[in-house]
Design a protein. Structure first.
Length: 265
């Protein structure tokens, strides 16, 4: 399951609870105690118990589950994503089980991209997930995040190649999103006409009204930079009342009007 579908709010990660039968008798009671503490939101006490179990050098399968559980607790319950990353990486170092490798890589990718803004790690994670064999159900999402991470790193040429692959992939889930991102890359590169071209395609295919309004605002900005003031004015005017900050649109309209008046003098 994709991280996008994970419900985070108020969740206590009790992954191990459904695996009680796997515990050896010497750890069974302590793990149940740690889980009970999690339910009571006594996270530090729970973590201490899990750490004590790890210090006792349990079998590899149990280590993997505890590492993953600690990653969940630090990320979801304590908001300490850097510490969570340490434990998800330990999962990868400890096992070659595809299930755990994919789950931990998904977590690493999402935390790195969304919270830590560590796009180097995000690229690494989403590249691995995209190239995983057999193909994973969320491969389209991984490919998009890979391309987007490259763009965030300002590796524009590499990002463009990845977005082109998405655009040329029939039925890809993120084709429309990629049109917007291609526009953003060209906008950042000050290639205004190319940016406008991609955003024109985007607004014709995007169904979400607020996203269309944002793209039109950027298009108007690009036209304004190109001194195509009439086109810029018309687009700004078309989203007046729809753009979240009406004052910004009104200010742009007034500025363009004054510039057009000045041209005629």
């Amino acid at each position: 399951m994709s991280l996008r579908k994970t419900i985070l709010g108020g969740v206590v990660a009790l992954l191990l609870l459904i695996l009680v039968a796997d515990f050896t008798p010497r750890f069974h009671k302590r793990i149940l105690e740690a889980q009970k503490l999690l339910q009571e939101q006594r996270y530090n006490e729970s973590i201490a118990i899990y750490q004590s179990i790890l210090e006792a050098n349990p079998e590899k399968e149990l280590k993997v589950k505890i590492y993953y559980q600690l990653g969940e607790v630090y990320s979801i319950n304590m908001g300490n994503n850097r510490k969570a990353v340490e434990y998800y990486k330990k999962v990868k170092e400890t096992t070659d089980d595809p299930l755990w490798l994919v789950k931990s890589e998904e977590k690493l990718g999402d935390i790195s991209f969304t919270y830590l803004k560590d796009f180097t790690q995000a690229v690494s994670s989403y590249q691995r997930l995209s190239n995983f064999e057999p193909r994973l159900n969320e491969q389209d999402f991984y490919q998009y995040r890979w391309a987007l991470s490259l763009s965030k790193m300002k590796k524009y040429d590499e990002a463009i190649e990845k977005f082109k692959q998405i655009l040329n992939s029939k039925g890809h889930e993120h084709q429309v999103d990629s049109l917007f991102q291609m526009g953003m890359i060209h906008f950042e590169k000050k290639e205004w006409r190319q940016a406008i071209s991609f955003w024109n395609q985007y607004v014709q295919r995007e169904d979400r009204k607020d996203y269309v309004v944002e793209a039109k605002f950027l298009m108007a900005n690009a036209y304004e930079t190109l001194e195509a003031l009439k086109k810029a004015y018309n687009i700004y005017y078309s989203i007046l009342g729809e753009y979240p900050n009406t004052e910004v649109i009104q200010s742009r309209l007034n500025a363009i009007y004054q510039r057009r008046i000045a041209r005629k003098r």
